[in-house]
Design a protein around this ligand. Structure first.
Ligand SMILES: C[S@@+](CC[C@H](N)C(=O)[O-])C[C@H]1O[C@@H](n2cnc3c(N)ncnc32)[C@H](O)[C@@H]1O
Length: 244
């Protein structure tokens, strides 16, 4: 019951030790400096696709992006409608578009939107559209998707700037809204594919999804031996009786 209440809370309170919180703060500083806060463009190859990642845009070099990308590639079927929330460089949307899906990608960071659009154009993917906005705000409220993909920010600290919103979602406010709002954008039998790691509060992530009514299975997992974090890819569905 305590766990059930945790997911409902609008004021997230971490239940881990001070040492565990500090470990995640240090990791955050490392990721911010080396990934999203870059001042140079870099080129990254993901599943055979070359992406140019411009400054202030989250680069798909860490396990979260790469593990999800591999699974989006195998999960997507040609002709499906796919929504990639938290698109960043567009990497997950591109994986789905390469499989022949009709893809809509969304990000709150205007630099990410430009970057994802440029990557789609460079790869000749005319079946991919990118919109700027906060979560589902730029999406037609009536529009439904067979698959929603997402690599959300993992930690709950307050972001210093737009670039850091790639990793930080203050008190997990966006995460709770994401799971709630995604339900009304899934087709009957639609799936949500998301990645999360214990470099954030993994138990809380699972609890929020559970509270929102999703059935969840872990379809892939990987431990990063260098840094010690474990990454899970979840396939989530809404049982028919609860579908909106
Ligand atoms: C961890 S990055 C993931 C990027 C990419 N999808 C990947 O797998 O490498 C999270 C992205 O979510 C975006 N984001 C954060 N909060 C958001 C929100 N409320 N609405 C839309 N996008 C958001 C950030 O700008 C960032 O590009």
């Amino acid at each position: 019951m305590e766990n059930l209440e945790m997911g409902k809370s609008e004021n997230y309170q971490p239940s881990m030790s001070a040492e565990e919180i500090e470990r995640r703060e240090k990791w955050q500083d490392f990721v911010y400096e080396n990934n999203s806060h870059r001042t140079e463009s870099i080129t990254v190859n993901v599943e055979g696709c070359e992406l140019v990642v411009t400054p202030e845009v989250f680069s798909p070099v860490l396990r979260d992006s790469l593990l999800l990308a591999k699974n989006v590639s195998t999960e997507t079927k040609a002709g499906e409608k796919v929504l990639d929330m938290f698109t960043g460089s567009g990497v997950q949307a591109i994986m789905a578009a390469k499989q022949g899906a009709e893809v809509l990608a969304v990000d709150i960071n205007p630099s990410a939107v430009q970057c994802a659009k440029a990557n789609a154009e460079r790869l000749g993917l005319e079946n991919m559209t990118v919109l700027q906005g906060d979560l589902f705000s730029p999406v037609n409220p009536e529009e439904k998707f067979d698959l929603i993909t997402g690599n959300p920010p993992f930690r709950w600290f307050a972001p210093r700037d737009m670039a850091e919103r790639a990793e930080l979602d203050e008190n997990y406010a966006a995460l709770r809204r994401f799971f709630q709002e995604a339900k009304s954008h899934l087709t009957e039998g639609g799936r949500l594919l998301a990645v999360f790691a214990d470099s954030g509060d993994l138990a809380y992530f699972e609890d929020v999804a559970n509270q929102a009514g999703y059935a969840q299975e872990i379809i892939d997992t990987e431990k990063d031996e260098q840094y010690g974090w474990t990454y899970n890819v979840y396939r989530m569905t809404i049982p028919q009786t609860e579908q909106q």
